[in-house]
Unconditional design. Structure first.
Length: 123
């Protein structure tokens, strides 16, 4: 496998894991929805197992994200139409007022923190 292919597979694996967590699902739950064993989902998210086009489309539907985003063909920035924003908004409505205040303060602190993480990114 070339470096480009390995990087692409790693990006897809990372986005699948991120999307699953944002959807609030466990690997076991996703595996059951796909008719797979949980280790298969783990291997996909680790980049050790290829994902078929059918599996990718089904995962995008389960996670309510675009296949293009999972493939890394769209930027990793949010726009107003990003389905993750809707998911976040739904989750925010479930918070108690005090918890929402704490979360908003945390978000403000994250935006104002100029120090990038150890990998040089913003996350």
């Amino acid at each position: 496998m070339s470096e480009t292919e390995a990087a692409k597979r790693a990006l897809i694996a990372e986005r699948l894991k991120e999307a699953r967590k944002l959807a609030g699902l466990s690997q076991g739950h996703v595996a059951k929805m796909l008719g797979l064993h949980r280790p298969s989902v783990s291997e996909i998210e680790a980049g050790n197992r290829r994902v078929s086009a059918d599996e990718l489309a089904r995962l995008a539907g389960i996670y309510d994200v675009n296949v293009a985003w999972l493939l890394g063909e769209t930027p990793d920035t949010l726009d107003a139409q990003d389905p993750r924003l809707e998911l976040a908004a739904r989750e925010l409505t479930k918070l108690k007022p005090d918890d929402l205040d704490r979360l908003l303060k945390l978000l403000a602190a994250m935006r104002s923190d100029p120090a990038p993480n150890a990998e040089g990114g913003d996350r």
